[in-house]
Design a protein around this ligand. Sequence first.
Ligand SMILES: [Zn+2]
Length: 721
Amino acid sequence: MNIIRLCRFCSLAFLFMGMLTTNEVAMAAQAEFGPSNPFYAASTLPFQAPPFDKIKDSDYQPAIEAGMAQQIEEVKKIADNPAPPTFENTIVALEKTGQLFARVMQVFNGVTGANLSPELQKVQDIEAPRLAAHQDAIYLNSKLFQRVSAIYEKRASLKLDPEALRLVEYDYLQFVHAGAKLSDADKTELKKLNEEESTLANAFTTKLLAATKNAAFVTTDKNALAGLSAAQIEAAEEAAKERKIIGYVIPLQNTTQQPDLESLSNRTTRQTIFENSWNRAERGGADDTRETVARLAQLRAQKAKLLGFENYGAWKLEDQMAKTPAAAVKFMDSLVPGTTAKAAVEAKDIQEAIDAQKGGFTLQPWDWEFYSEQVRKAKYELDESQIKPYFELNNVLQNGVFYAATQLYGITFKERTDIPVYHPDVRVFEVFDVDGKPMALWYCDYFKRDNKNGGAWMDVFVGQSKLLGTLPVVFNVANFSKPAAGQPALLSFGDVTTMFHEFGHALHGMFANTTYPSLSGTQVARDFVEFPSQFNEHWATYPSVFDHYAKHYKTGDAIPAELAAKIKKAEKFNQGYALTEVVAAAQLDMQWHTLPASDALKNPDEFEKQALEKKHLLISYLPPRYRSSYFSHCWGGGYAAGYYAYLWSEMLDDAAYQWFKEHGGLTRANGDRLRQMILSRGNTGELGKMYAAWYGGEPPVEPMLRERGLLPEDSAVEKRK
Ligand SMILES: [Zn+2]
C-alpha cells in the first residue's frame, strides 16, 4: 500500500518534523483541494512525470491532507467490508489505496530534500506529526489487522503465486511491527511516541540544516585560504556572494572531514574548519541538537519495549538480512582490528611526513586530509588537480555511467528537455529497454545548493507497479561543487564514484518489474538496499568503462595510462582511515539504538566517547564519519540502527563483483542474469535467499577486505559456502 516512502538512500535526511498543528489548519487546507490542484489527478505527462511547471508551493499541503483523508476512507471501506476477507478484497485492495497520497508525497519528499523553500519548510513542520499519525491510523486499525491476519493464517491454502504470498507475509509483518497486536492502551501510548519521534526527527533535521549552514568557514583574509586552487577560491567567493557576504565562504559538508582540508596549508584554518564541523550542532542555542538526540534515543528504546523488544535495534532488525543487532555487531567487530591496524600504519606515514617537514606537532584530525594528500602524492605522485580535467561531469555521465549500463543491460538514454523540472540545474533522461521500449524517466540534480540536504541520494517520483500500471520515474541528487558560470564541472574521482553509486540505486528502481507497489524497486531491507548501488561503483574503474569516459575535457585525449594506473592503485590508499570512520559511526549508531528503555537520558558527548572506547575506536586522530549530534542517518533519516547496512551491503557487493570477474566481467549475459534474479525483483522474495541463489552461496567477507586493501590481492579465492 502507498503509505509513505520515508527512506532515502545514501545520505538523506528526512522525516518531517515540527509543531503539532490544529485540525483547523489541516481542514482548511483540505477544503482548498480540487481539480485545479496539479496533484488532483495522475499527471498526463509521459510516465506520469510531476508537472513541475504547474506545481506551486501552496499546492502541496491541500493535496497531502486530501491524500491522507482519501486513503483513510479507502482503508475504512476495506476494514468494514461485510464480505469475508480475501486476498483480492483486502491485500490487493490495500495496495490500491493512497494513490493521491503517494503522488503528492513522493514529489514533496523530493523537492523538500533537494530544493527546500521557507513555505515548504512550514508545510513540513505542520505535516510531520500528522503523517506519523496517518501511518498509525492504518497500521493500528484493529478491524483491518484482523482481516490481514485471517489471510495470513490461511495463506498456505490460498494457492497464491510467490509474489502474492510474499506480499501477504510482508503486510502481516508490517502490521505486527507497527504494533497491531498491542492492547488499545498500548496503541495509544505508541501513537504518542511515534508522533513525538517524528516531531523530534524533523526538529533535528531543521536544526542541523541551520547549524551546518551557520558553521561554514567565513573569512575576508585570502591568505587563510592558501593552498586552494584558483577554482576553489572562486567557488568560495561565489558562496560568499550567494550569502551576500563580503569575502570567502567554505560551506560544510555533512561529514566530519571536509574536502578542502586536503588543500589548505594554513593549519589554523584547517583546525577552525574541522572544529566548526565537529561542533556544528553543539554550540548551544537554537541549533544545538544534543537534547533532541538524547530524547530520540530514549523514546525509541521506550517504543521498542512497548512493542515487546529488548531494544530499538532488535525491533528494527527483525525484518533485515542481519536479523539481530548481535549479528550486525559481530560483523562490525570483525572489521575493527584489521582496519584500525591499517589506519595506524597510515597515521605513521603521515606523522613521518609532518616530521620530515619539521612540523613539530602530533597528528590531529584536521591534519589528516592535508598530509594524507601529500603522502598520496609522494607515494602515487597523484594530484587531484591533475585528475579532474579528465572527469568532466557530462562526459562521465554519458560515456561512463550510461555507457556501463548499456554494456551490461542493453538499455539506452535520451535527454528530454520537454519535461518540466523543479530547478534549472535538473536534467531529465528517458531510458529505453533492450527492445527500444520506453522503460523509465531519470532525473539528475547534481550541484550543491544551500537549500539542499547534504550528501547524495536516490528516490522516486513515481514507483513502478504492474497493478497500478505505472513505470518508474526516478531521481538522483548530489552535492557536487557548482562551477562558475561558463566553466566545466570537473569532478574528483570520489564524485565520479558517487555518480555510479546513485545510478546503481536508480537501476534498482528502474528495472523494477513487480506487480505490487509495496514490493517494488528499492523498497528492500536497509542492509540490502546499498548492494545494487555499491555494486555499480565497481564499473567506474573497470578498464573498458574507465577508458571510455576518462578523457580530457578540452582535448578529448585519453587519460595517460600512467595516471590511470595511479588512480586505481590509489583507490586502496587511505582505506584504513576510510573504513574505520564508517565502522566507528556504525558502531555508535548501534549502541545508541541498543540502549534499554530503563536508562536515563544520556549526555551525547559522554555516551559517544564511551561507546567508541568500548569498541576500541576512540582514536585521537580518527573521529567517526558522523558525530552523534550531526548523524542525520540516525536521527533525521531512516537509518536508525541501520548505518551498519552500508558495510553489510559492501560485503554483498564486493562478493558480487568478484563473481562477475570470475564469470567474464562486464557482459550482457552477466548483466541480464543480475537484472533478472535481483535488480528487477525488488522485495518479492526473501533477500538472503535471492542473493544466495544468484551468487551460489552465502557472501564471504574476504572480497570486501581485499577491495579495501586489508588483505593481499592474490589471497586465495574463497570456496562457495
Ligand atoms: Zn546508496
